[in-house]
Design a protein around this ligand. Sequence first.
Ligand code: CAA
Length: 258
Amino acid sequence: MAEYQYILVERKERVGIVTLNRPKELNALNFQLVAELADALEEIDRDEEIRCIILTGAGERAFAAGADIKEMADKTPIEMFSGGFAAWERIRRIHTPLIAAVQGYALGGGCELAMHCDMIVATENARFGQPEIGIGVIPGAGGTQRLARTLGKYRTMELVLTGAQISAQELAAHGLVNRVVPPGEHLTVALQLAQTVAAQAPLAARLAKESVQAAFETSLEEGLEQERKNFFLLFSTEDMREGMRAFVEKRKPDFKGR
Ligand code: CAA
């Protein structure tokens, strides 16, 4: 595994854990951190032994308080364009299921990073939001789009136009947070969820992720087509034979990732 300055990477059995590690700056996402994150996630994505990834923030105060404002303050549009925003696209394309474990602030790019994940576990005191309007910009890593697709137009407009924060409980009521847990338990619960995902047939998990993502990115007709093709494709895997044979033989399947 490569050496990183702003993130920590570890593994627990079949689960990879990536920690944003700038706690004094509330894990603010500078360009290098986001590039390291994309590199690390791609590296883990290639590791067939890792079947689910947890993304979390170091310290008790924040998952991430957004893009690094101090770094951005003097940037030109061209510097922003060429400064590494492509890394967000690389994170979006990770095949392995991603779970965000959020405690404290998930603001701006932090909220957007959590929404790049496939499931979100958050503590009762977690605060999400897109406060960019307060510094004269707007969300730039998918916040307007992903929030609107889940919360709807009106609540999203309120958040994006006022910069107000929103609780984990309210996001859970809208289906944007999977589990709301007491402070300090986010990693434990995320790990339990990740281990359940990691126990499934990994190729099926990847294609399930791809198929659900298609619901946000294509028309219904294209999404249905993609789901059907992925479903048929899985009939070429040993794990599909094993899974169905195990059901018939009334035993637990032993998935190999092939
Ligand atoms: N960028 C850079 N540094 C940040 C930061 C950020 N986004 N958020 C916090 N920090 C730093 C603070 O400057 C401070 O550093 P110093 O001790 O050196 O002064 C340290 O982290 C602790 O923060 P605060 O003292 O501000 O802590 P607080 O408890 O008073 O407030 C907070 C917490 C409400 C989260 C506040 O820090 C805050 O408003 N942060 C900025 C949130 C924000 O606007 N995020 C959006 C960024 S733009 C973006 O993300 C664009 C995009 O779409 C990709």
